[in-house]
Ligand binder design. Structure first.
Ligand code: AGP
Length: 371
C-alpha cells in the first residue's frame, strides 16, 4: 500500500529517500567525539587485527562494487594489501589464504549462496571472516567470526540502494578501525576522515536535491539504446554501480569503464548523441580531476551527450557538459556516498518512464540463494 511505501509510488523511491537516515544509523554509536572509532561488536580482538597482513573482500553485484570502493580507502589508510573478488570466482581459483588473512564478506541479505560458499571456503583455509550484513541473524553472519551490521533497515526494492551506501560506510569504519588499532602513519588523516564521515548524512541529504533535475533528464533519455558510465579511482565503482542499476531496472544496455581505459578501446563506441555519464572527482585531487575533464572534452568532441557529475562550484567542466549535476563538496574517498545517489534516481526514473516495475524487475530476486 501507499502507506507502507511512506507515500512514495515504489519502495525503491522510499529507500532512496531514507539514505541519510540509513547512513546515520550505520554510524550510530560507532564514532566517539575524539575522532576515534568504537566497534564493540567486533568479535576480533585488537591483537588479532594487528596480525592481519592481507584483506580479501568477497561479494556479488552491488555489494561487490561497495567492496571495490572500499579497497581504495582501506589500502590507503591501513597499508594492508586488499583484494576484491566476486564470490562466484573466488573459491574456484584456489586463492591463497591463511590465518593472517582477513576475508570480508559483504552481503545485504546474508543469504547469497555464492558468498556463503566463498566464506566457507575461506574458513576451511583458516582465514578469519568478517561479515558486513544488513539482516540480523542471517546465515552469512552466523557462519562468520565477526559481523558488522549496516543497520539500514529492511530493503524491499530488489535494487540495492540504502544498503549499498551503508555497505561502503561499514567498510570504511573497518578500514579506519584497522588504521586506528595498527597506529597507521596516517593517524591525523584518519581522525579527519572520521569527522567527515560524521557529516555524511547531511551530504547525502543534499545529494537527494538533484531529484527533479534527474527526473526530467531520465524522461528525455527514456528511448536511448545504451548509456555509458565512466569514472576513475573511487568514481569507477560508482560508474559500475550506476550501470548495474540501469540494467536491472530499465533493461537497457549500460556499461561502465575506468576513464583511463577509454583510449584503450571503448572510445570507439562513442558516437553522436550517445549518453555518457561521467563521475568527476573533487578538485582536491588535481591530477585525477584534470584527466577526467579532458576525457569529458574528448567524448563531447565526438558528439556524445555528456551528463557530468561534479563537485558544486567546479566550473572546469561546464563548457563540455550537456547536463551538469552538482554534488556536495566532500573528500575524494567519500564521494561515492553522494555520487551514487543521482545515479540511483536516474535508473529508477528511467525505468519508470519506460513503464517498468522498479521494485520487482523482471528475472531478478532480492536474494539469490542458489549458486
Ligand atoms: C543490486 O541492486 C542487486 N539486486 C544485486 O546485485 C545484489 O547486490 C547482489 O545479489 C548481492 O546481494 P546480497 O548483498 O544480498 O549478498
Amino acid at each position: 500500500s501507499a502507506a507502507e511505501k511512506g507515500g512514495h509510488d515504489y519502495f525503491m523511491l522510499k529507500e532512496i529517500a531514507e539514505q541519510p537516515q540509513a547512513v546515520a544509523d550505520t554510524l550510530l554509536g560507532r564514532l566517539t567525539p575524539r575522532g576515534q572509532l568504537r566497534l564493540d561488536e567486533m568479535r576480533l580482538s585488537d591483537d588479532e587485527l594487528r596480525e592481519i597482513d592481507k584483506i580479501i573482500i568477497i561479494a556479488c553485484g552491488s555489494a561487490f562494487y561497495a567492496g571495490l570502493t572500499a579497497k581504495y580507502a582501506i589500502e590507503h589508510w591501513t597499508r594492508i594489501p586488499c583484494e576484491v573478488e566476486l564470490s562466484s570466482e573466488f573459491r574456484y581459483r584456489d586463492p591463497i589464504l591463511n590465518r593472517s588473512t582477513l576475508v570480508i564478506a559483504i552481503s545485504q541479505s546474508g543469504e547469497t549462496m555464492d558468498t556463503l560458499m566463498a566464506l566457507r571456503h575461506a574458513r576451511e583455509q583458516r582465514a578469519r571472516v568478517l561479515a558486513i550484513c544488513n539482516t540480523n541473524g542471517s546465515t552469512i553472519p552466523r557462519e562468520s567470526d565477526a559481523v558488522l551490521y549496516t543497520h539500514a533497515g529492511p530493503e524491499v526494492g530488489v535494487a540495492a540502494t540504502k544498503t549499498f551506501l551503508t555497505q561502503v560506510v561499514a567498510c570504511y569504519l573497518i578500514g579506519l578501525y584497522l588504521a586506528q588499532v595498527r597506529e597507521s602513519k596516517f593517524g591525523d588523516e584518519v581522525a579527519a576522515e572520521v569527522d567527515q564521515l560524521d557529516r555524511m548524512p547531511q551530504a547525502v541529504e543534499q545529494a537527494l536535491g538533484t531529484m527533479e533535475q534527474i527526473r526530467s533528464l531520465a524522461r528525455e533519455l527514456a528511448t536511448a539504446k545504451s548509456v555509458l558510465f565512466i569514472g576513475r579511482h573511487v568514481g569507477y565503482p560508482v560508474a559500475l554501480e550506476g550501470a548495474l542499476k540501469l540494467k536491472e531496472l530499465a533493461y537497457m544496455h549500460a556499461e561502465a569503464f575506468a576513464a583511463g581505459e577509454l583510449k584503450h578501446g571503448p572510445i570507439a563506441l562513442i558516437e553522436e548523441d550517445l549518453p555518457v555519464v561521467v563521475v568527476v572527482p573533487p578538485r582536491g585531487r588535481d591530477v585525477l580531476h584534470d584527466k577526467i575533464v579532458s576525457n569529458v572534452q574528448e567524448i563531447r568532441a565526438r558528439g556524445a551527450r555528456t551528463i557530468v557529475l561534479a563537485e558544486e562550484g567546479d566550473e572546469s567542466v561546464t563548457p563540455y557538459a550537456d547536463v551538469l549535476i552538482s554534488l556536495p563538496k566532500v573528500p575524494t574517498l567519500l564521494q561515492p556516498l553522494v555520487a551514487t545517489v543521482p545515479l540511483q534516481i536516474f535508473a529508477c526514473e528511467l525505468a519508470m518512464a519506460r513503464g517498468n516495475d522498479v521494485d520487482q524487475p523482471r528475472n531478478l530476486a532480492k536474494s539469490v540463494t542458489v549458486e
